[in-house]
Write a protein that binds this ligand. Structure first.
Ligand code: N01
Length: 544
């Protein structure tokens, strides 16, 4: 459906596509399917060789999702009706099978170019087309340019001296060899204790001869409480799925889990302990997301949650030195202001005698040698394999790493050098007809992925439909709307304790990156209402 292009009053040939989508993860697939059904000509360019986005790339041992089924899946009935999970928190392998199933049901792959990495894109105001260049030298034109690259597409590897001289295997978690790494009988090291580091440690420490975990910040990890699930159990619940998926969109975190209505000190100490205990026993993110409603706004309230966590966790660690590194009495940051992992036996594994923990906040890594790692104190840790679980230039990195340029030819990386700016976490001034999902200034880090993606995807589809129904050729935000949106994102964040932690939420994990809130903290439900309101009269947009 390219009639709208003829509205542009230009005589240049039609673009190659109505919508060119970057990325074949949840967002790209969702948008492709929705737009294709409406008759739009779409294509996905995907740098990897298969569907799945982060689940395609993340092949490190132990990788699994931390949202329970059926929260973390697409709401397309054709997909969920015929699909059965085996665990409450599925593994990356199972998620890759899920994406194959998505393809079997929706025939996504026929509209995807794999191995196609976008390295440049710019909108031409004269012919109203995006020109998208790929690493293979090709240039493709499109009316809309939809960036669905997720928040974790740009790997971060610290600039450790000697990284390239290490003789053993060394891999970042996002570039893990498909055949895996055999660590049986080997001495292994894991740098980083975020969600990825926790998951790798749980696996490697069980088979390696010895393990050294290089921890800069303790992971205030919560019990996952994994369980197997049968097809029968799932089939019994499926009649309720449509309502469940609707409800998921109406919650703060897109999780079908709400913050508790009470504040921490509304309860007596005894009732509070009982409440914490219930959340703890449930497992998963309940202790984080549906905890007392003031734990992210009041340090004293937050400390109660941390102290409960520390008591529970310290009781599991028998080695006193390890106990103080892994679960210190004093919080490393307010509880939950860095993403907690869901662990299965992380603390038990770390307590083993063949596992060593190095506190690299006090004793920094200074060099990787051919045979191991040297820290500032001069300690040498001989290693045969190293896992770099050091995370991502998260949220903005996926977008600034793609060669995007404004209509004036300025690169997005340059524009965002001192801070990101967007409108509604969906659009950017100077980039007409470009929309992005699960990225900057949206609920991204604070929402279940598929929920956020579907809310934004539906908005993008409706915006395109509305443009075509009313003869609008292009839209882009005003400078004022962007300023106001950024102020809102910042104000919401400043009311909370999140700015107190050096997290990737705040750009705090990357040396030199501007320190600012990159996520919208008002909740997915409110976010969606705000976006919908703007769509009614194109508030904050310039239309032409
Ligand atoms: O990355 P991270 P990640 N020296 O940035 C450390 C999602 N995810 O890949 O905390 C030593 O969280 C760094 O230390 P510090 C999820 O949303 C989900 O683990 O900055 N250490 C930190 O410990 C997650 O939040 C799952 O002090 C250094 C680690 O490296 C997001 O992806 C699984 C260092 C990086 O942790 C990112 O997680 C995996 C240095 N110079 C990922 N530099 C699920 O379970 C950094 N570190 C669904």
């Amino acid at each position: 459906m390219t009639e709208s292009v003829s509205n542009s009053n230009n005589t240049s040939p039609k673009p190659d596509f109505d919508c060119l989508i970057v990325g074949a993860g949840f967002s790209g697939i969702y948008l492709l399917e929705r737009l294709r059904e409406l008759g739009y000509g779409c294509r996905i360019f995907e740098a990897g060789v298969d569907l799945g986005g982060v689940w395609h790339w993340n092949r490190y041992p132990g990788a699994r999702v931390d949202s329970p089924i059926p929260v973390y899946e697409l709401s397309f009935e054709r997909v969920w009706k015929e699909w059965t999970w085996s665990e409450t928190y599925p593994s990356a392998d199972e998620l890759r099978s899920y994406f194959n199933h998505v393809d079997n049901m929706l025939h996504i792959k026929k509209d995807v170019d794999f191995n196609k990495r976008v390295i440049g894109a710019q909108y031409n105001v004269h012919d109203c087309k995006w020109y998208i260049t790929a690493e293979d030298g090709s240039t493709t034109t499109s009316r809309f340019f939809l960036v669905c690259a997720g928040f974790a597409a740009k790997t971060f590897i610290p600039d450790f001296k000697g990284l390239d001289v290490f003789k053993g295997e060394i891999h970042h978690s996002s570039a893990w060899p498909e055949q895996g790494v055999d660590v049986k009988g080997k001495r292994v090291g894991i740098i980083g204790t975020g969600s990825t580091g926790v998951q790798i440690t749980q696996e490697w420490a069980k088979s390696a001869k010895s393990t050294v975990v290089f921890q800069r910040t303790p992971n205030v990890a919560l019990p996952m409480r994994q369980s197997s699930v049968t097809a029968e159990e799932q089939n019994n619940k499926k009649p309720g799925y449509p309502e469940f998926f609707d409800r998921r969109q109406q919650t703060y975190g897109g999780q079908a889990m709400e913050r508790w209505h009470k504040k921490v000190f509304d309860d007596t100490a005894q009732d509070r302990e009982a409440f914490f205990e219930r959340r703890w026993e449930q497992g998963g993110f309940g202790f984080w997301i549906s905890n007392y409603r003031d734990i992210f706004t009041d340090l004293k309230a937050n400390r109660e949650a941390y102290d409960f966590w520390a008591r529970k966790t310290r009781a599991r660690i028998h080695n006193p030195a390890k106990r103080d590194i892994l679960a210190p009495v004093e919080p490393p940051h307010p509880f939950g202001t860095k993403r907690p992992s869901l662990e299965q036996d992380y603390f038990d594994v770390l307590d083993r005698s063949n596992v060593q923990i190095v506190n690299v906040k006090q004793d920094k890594i200074v060099e990787v040698t051919a045979d191991g790692i040297i820290t500032a104190s001069g300690s040498f840790f001989p290693l045969d394999a190293i896992a770099l679980a050091t995370g991502y230039d998260a949220v903005t990195g996926s977008m600034t790493n793609m060669g995007l340029r404004s209509v004036d030819g300025v690169s997005l990386a340059e524009e965002w050098k001192n801070g990101a700016s967007t409108y509604l976490g969906l659009a950017r001034r100077g980039y007409p007809n470009m929309f992005f999902t699960y990225s900057v200034h949206a609920p991204t880090a604070f929402s279940n992925g598929p929920s956020c993606i579907e809310a934004q995807g539906n908005w993008i589809v409706d915006a395109i439909l509305k443009m075509d129904a009313t003869g609008i050729v292009s839209i882009e935000p005003t400078a004022e709307a962007e300023r106001e949106w950024k102020d809102k994102v910042t104000t919401l964040s400043d009311r909370t304790l999140f700015p107190l932690a050096d997290s990737w939420y705040m750009g705090g994990n990357i040396p030199g990156k501007p320190r600012e809130q990159l996520n919208y903290l008002g909740g997915l439900n409110v976010y969606e209402q705000e976006c919908r309101k703007a769509l009614e009269n194109w508030d904050g947009f310039i239309t032409s």
